[in-house]
Design a protein around this ligand. Structure first.
Ligand code: SF4
Ligand code: SF4
Length: 429
């Protein structure tokens, strides 16, 4: 088991050291749970456990030699950043320690994800500190957080983002926005976008997406070879890892899981309910609800969240390989494939959840909304109604990053899973 220094040598800590120690403790608790609590360990997951331990417990920098481009949401095309020889670092944060720091800077009832992202950046305790930050104007809280983050001395650039996606106006609007982003980053990095570097980065990100889809297909099996929490760790690693390393580690994981499927090695019981997870995104180490689900003998077989599935959805489809055509195709892809409830309509998100339930033969859906996130709270009614109409069981939970909340949540999760098990037994599934 990995241990971290719990400061028992009575050395006087600076506030930064104290925050780092608290974050390391949060991180290692989850890593050790993933490593040790579940049966049938997967060898190739060691890469991901070590990666998170290195970054969050030992503050290891991964990208010292690169231009680090912070992104506040999934709508910034990583293909452009890679083409300009930078590395994208998604700044969405899941630490309770950072959430508490952010509570002093934002209204305490704000979304914990946004508070934690602001808290993290305010601490200046970053293993890979971004040189600049691009902030798409998505939800209100993210949009407003940009100005607070700027006050810490960061170069924060707003990227205009429409709140509808069906109209030609919004399509044109976002195309212009992405071109502006590309011009701005090109100036800052001193590099030029070319047909060659953009085509190559589209290919590389597309290949990473295809690996995710192959992993996802394996979870359709009756005997699921990997836990949902492990899958969240793999996809969360894509936020900050070196892309070539992530690809290599995921290829190994894929091979191992394919073998497990052939050999009938699985991580859940015969009667374990299969769950599709949706709503506010699980971001390391805030795996509170996914862990509760899987510790209660259910298995997450798919998700519809922006920290996982949504990052890998559609690939950029290019007709003409000229720089501006590629930029336009990218803008279209990022806008169209985003199913965040920030948009005025959310029909495609509902459609996608239903598709995932059907394709992964799921028994129910768990919908998490972060307390303080009005868009998910507002949207949940329409999702609940749609699931009811389709005869799909759904549990709606409101949660935050606080560790003290687990008791009441686990009672509700366990009751839901028990009800799904009863249905399965009745159906003789
Ligand atoms: S929930 Fe929506 S706005 Fe927030 S990070 Fe995810 S995609 Fe972006
Ligand atoms: S969970 Fe809600 S408030 Fe938080 S980033 Fe996502 S949309 Fe914005």
């Amino acid at each position: 088991m990995s241990h971290i220094n719990t400061n028992q040598n009575h050395k006087i800590e600076t506030p930064h050291e104290k925050q780092n120690r608290h974050k390391a403790m949060e991180a290692i608790k989850v890593i050790n749970t993933l490593k040790e609590e579940f049966k049938s360990p997967i060898k190739s997951m060691d890469y991901f456990y070590t990666l998170f331990e290195d970054v969050y417990c030992h503050q290891k920098s991964l990208h010292n030699d690169k231009v680090k481009v912070g992104t506040m949401c999934i709508q910034i095309p990583s293909e452009i950043i890679y083409a300009l020889d930078g590395v994208p670092i998604r700044l969405c944060n899941g630490f309770y320690t950072d959430d508490e720091l952010g509570s002093d800077l934002m209204p305490s009832k704000s979304c914990p994800l946004v508070k934690a992202s602001v808290g993290h950046l305010s601490s200046q305790n970053l293993s890979d500190k971004p040189h600049m930050i691009y902030s798409p104007t998505t939800c209100d809280q993210k949009t407003k957080a940009g100005a607070t983050i700027e006050s810490f001395g960061y170069d924060v650039v707003d990227v205009d983002f429409p709140r509808t996606k069906e109209s030609e106006i919004s399509r044109e609007f976002f195309r212009r926005s992405i071109r502006n982003f590309a011009v701005d980053l090109s100036k800052k990095t001193g590099k030029k976008l070319t047909k060659k570097n953009l085509k190559s980065s589209i290919g590389k990100v597309g290949y990473a997406q295809s690996l995710y889809h192959r992993l996802s297909d394996l979870r359709k099996n009756k005997n699921v070879p990997i836990l949902g929490v492990d899958m969240f760790l793999v996809t969360n690693a894509f936020f900050f890892d070196k892309i070539n390393n992530w690809i290599e580690a995921t290829e190994h994981l894929l091979q191992e899981l394919e073998t497990r499927v052939k050999e009938n090695i699985h991580v859940a019981g015969k009667i374990s309910p299969r769950i599709v997870y949706t709503g506010s995104p699980p971001i390391f180490p805030n795996y509170k609800i996914p862990l509760l689900i899987e510790e209660s003998d259910a298995i997450i077989v798919a998700d519809e969240t922006c920290s996982s599935n949504r990052m890998f959805n559609d690939r950029v489809a290019v007709d003409e390989w000229f720089v501006n055509n590629m930029l336009d195709s990218m803008a279209d892809k990022y806008l169209k494939s985003c199913t965040c409830p920030i948009f005025s309509k959310n029909d495609d998100r509902i459609r996608r959840i239903i598709e995932l339930v059907r394709s992964h033969d799921a028994d129910g859906v768990v919908y998490q909304a972060f307390a303080g996130c009005t868009v998910y709270e507002l949207e949940q009614r329409s999702v609940l109604e749609a699931m009811e109409k389709e005869g799909i069981s759904i549990l709606y939970l409101e949660s935050d990053y606080s560790p003290s909340q687990s008791g009441q949540l686990s009672t509700r999760v366990e009751a839901f899973i028990e009800s799904l098990k009863m249905k399965k037994r009745k159906k003789g599934k």
